[in-house]
Design a protein around this ligand. Structure first.
Ligand SMILES: [Zn+2]
Length: 561
């Protein structure tokens, strides 16, 4: 079958961007391939080989076989000479492509690079010709799955979530973080709590199988709704309405409340004995906080004081565990929290391994200008899910490469990584952008957009779809839809004609295409939610997100028939 050809200028752009080589564009696709593994492959290498096969066979008609003549051989190997989490792609004499990782994770990331620089057509698979070595800049390349409100992570079939975790690992993410909001439940014996814990363990095991470390985030003084009323916190001062006031938060300066917090924490850690925990993160606000005279300023006094004790218990249970202390919305408005945390950690910093900082909008100035309290590595928490759009994900994909670039630039390359905040899959591209900023902070976000488009959709539509994505970002704010929505949709509709049936049917394409369609419709209706096209688009999004039972997060606005 004849392969669709790229225009010369489009091909040149891709080659110049280093996303795909001239040879990949010209080479004939292969129809069959074989994997070469070590003689006695370990479980992880086997898993990595399955991930590689799944990615290729899902995208095109190429098949893998271990017998007979094949068009292509791909060898996977661990190579101790290569740095940890790093990889190298090279050619063996005879044409076998060799993907080597310095360790299990490096192997997965090398497979990811190989897959993304290859192409997938009706005729089969054209292996990428990118060769070389790469290593990540930031050690903590995490993602936080906000596991609550019956969102995607709670509601999707577990096999789908498992595959999604593997997809993210291919982009170099190495830590998955989840939460267990105790205030949703009456206690550990609450059947809903048991179900939630079962689910979290399944997700974390999937992360481990994909080579990731696993982290539990909790609001430090959050507890079950059965906690006695007299144990509860004094509301925190929140004149700017940025600190949030959810949950069942106890005052750790009340001895009986503190004892309950500590015993529930011990029990919660035991719930994670299998699959174990590599890190815990303590959260100050939104859920969390106490404004009593003994705890306030929370970030300077009650919070670090409680976290130190929680961290000690975590180390009893898991001796190698790391502790991350979050400073989210500290000093909003100023209350001496950053300075107080600095004083606290100056006297004892042994219990903290990382300090995490972020805010609703701009990155906090304090750790950039005054240094990080305790001198610990700094992490961020980019908000990729909820910002600027409600309902979250309700209009389809929400890519904002320009915003993420702007916020990243503010951090002045002082980060050791971070955990983007994720509510679902509609911000898949934002996750990927963050993953690449952690991998190589000098890489422009738009270049990552191009790599994503070439891989997930087709190298043939890279420039036009990347352009459409920048136009969608213009309309991120739903209050005033700009007519560029028409151009964005035109580009997407045109690109769709060039996609394989597999790419066209993929959920990543559908959520992007539907975003374009919804924006175009809303320009036409002057923002009114009416008509069959919108209704159908919203229904499809709901099905993709498994959001039929979502609550507290209505997945789409009501549409007038
Ligand atoms: Zn208190």
């Amino acid at each position: 079958m004849a392969q669709p050809k790229l225009s010369v200028s489009a091909a040149l752009l891709l080659v110049m961007a280093g996303l795909i080589s001239a040879r990949t564009l010209d080479a004939a696709p292969v129809k069959s391939a074989a994997l070469v593994l070590p003689e006695r492959p370990d479980a992880f290498t086997l898993r990595a080989s399955q991930i590689l096969q799944r990615q290729i066979t899902r995208r095109c008609a190429a098949t893998f076989t271990n017998s007979g003549v094949v068009d292509l051989k791909i060898e996977l190997a661990l190579q101790p000479d290569i740095d940890q989490e790093s990889y190298r792609l090279s050619d063996r004499p005879g044409g076998t492509i060799l993907i080597e990782g310095g360790d299990m994770r490096g192997l997965i990331y090398g497979i990811g690079k190989f897959l993304r620089t290859s192409r997938y057509d009706q005729g089969g698979f054209t292996p990428g010709t990118w060769r070389g070595a790469s290593r990540p800049a930031a050690p903590v390349r995490g993602i936080y799955f906000a596991t609550h409100f019956n969102n995607y992570y709670e509601a999707a079939p577990i096999e789908e979530v498992r595959e999604y975790v593997e997809d993210l690992a291919l982009w170099g993410l190495n830590q998955l973080q989840v939460t267990f909001p105790r205030w949703h439940y009456s206690g550990f014996s609450d059947p809903d709590a048991q179900r939630a814990l079962d689910r979290l363990r399944l997700i974390l095991r999937a992360a481990r199988q994909a080579g990731m470390q696993v982290t539990l985030l909790i609001a430090a003084n959050d507890d079950f709704k059965s906690a006695p009323v007299e144990f509860r916190r004094v509301p925190v001062p929140d004149p700017l309405k940025r600190r949030g006031d959810f949950g069942v938060n106890l005052c750790p300066s009340k001895p009986k409340a503190r004892a309950l917090l500590l015993s529930d924490w011990r029990r919660l850690l035991d719930e994670f004995k299998d699959p174990g925990l590599d890190a815990v993160e303590f959260w100050p606000y939104d859920e969390g906080g106490c404004g009593c005279e003994n705890c306030w300023p929370w970030g300077a006094r009650g919070f670090p004081n409680l976290c130190r004790e929680l961290s000690g218990i975590a180390r009893e249970k898991f001796p190698a565990i790391k502790t991350i202390i979050s400073t989210w919305t500290f000093d909003t408005p100023p209350a001496g929290e950053w300075e107080g945390l600095r004083r606290f950690l100056d006297s004892d910093r042994t219990w903290v391994d990382y300090v995490l900082a972020d805010a609703h909008e701009d990155f906090p100035r304090y750790p950039l200008e005054q240094g990080v309290p305790g001198g610990r590595p700094l992490l961020n928490f980019p908000e990729i899910s909820m910002w600027g759009q409600s309902p979250w994900g309700g209009y389809g994909a929400n890519p904002f490469p320009a915003r993420l670039q702007r916020l990243w630039n503010q951090t002045q390359r002082k980060l050791s990584g971070g955990f983007p905040y994720s509510e679902g899959i509609y911000e898949d591209l934002n996750k990927v952008i963050c993953s690449q900023l952690y991998w190589d902070g000098g890489r422009p976000t738009l270049e990552t957009v191009r790599e994503y488009v070439a891989f997930e959709f087709s190298p043939q539509v890279t420039e036009s779809v990347a352009r459409a994505i920048t136009l969608l970002e213009v309309n991120h704010d739903r209050k005033r839809l700009d007519p560029v929505a028409l151009e964005a949709f035109r580009l997407l509709a045109e690109a769709e004609q060039k996609l394989t049936p597999q790419a066209r049917a993929s959920w990543r394409w559908r959520i992007l295409y539907l975003r374009g369609l919804i924006d175009r419709e809303l320009v036409g209706t002057k923002g009114r939610l009416e008509g069959a096209t919108l209704r159908k688009a919203f229904e499809e999004l709901t099905a993709i997100y498994h959001a039929e039972g979502a609550h507290s997060m209505p997945i789409h606005p009501p549409v007038v028939p």
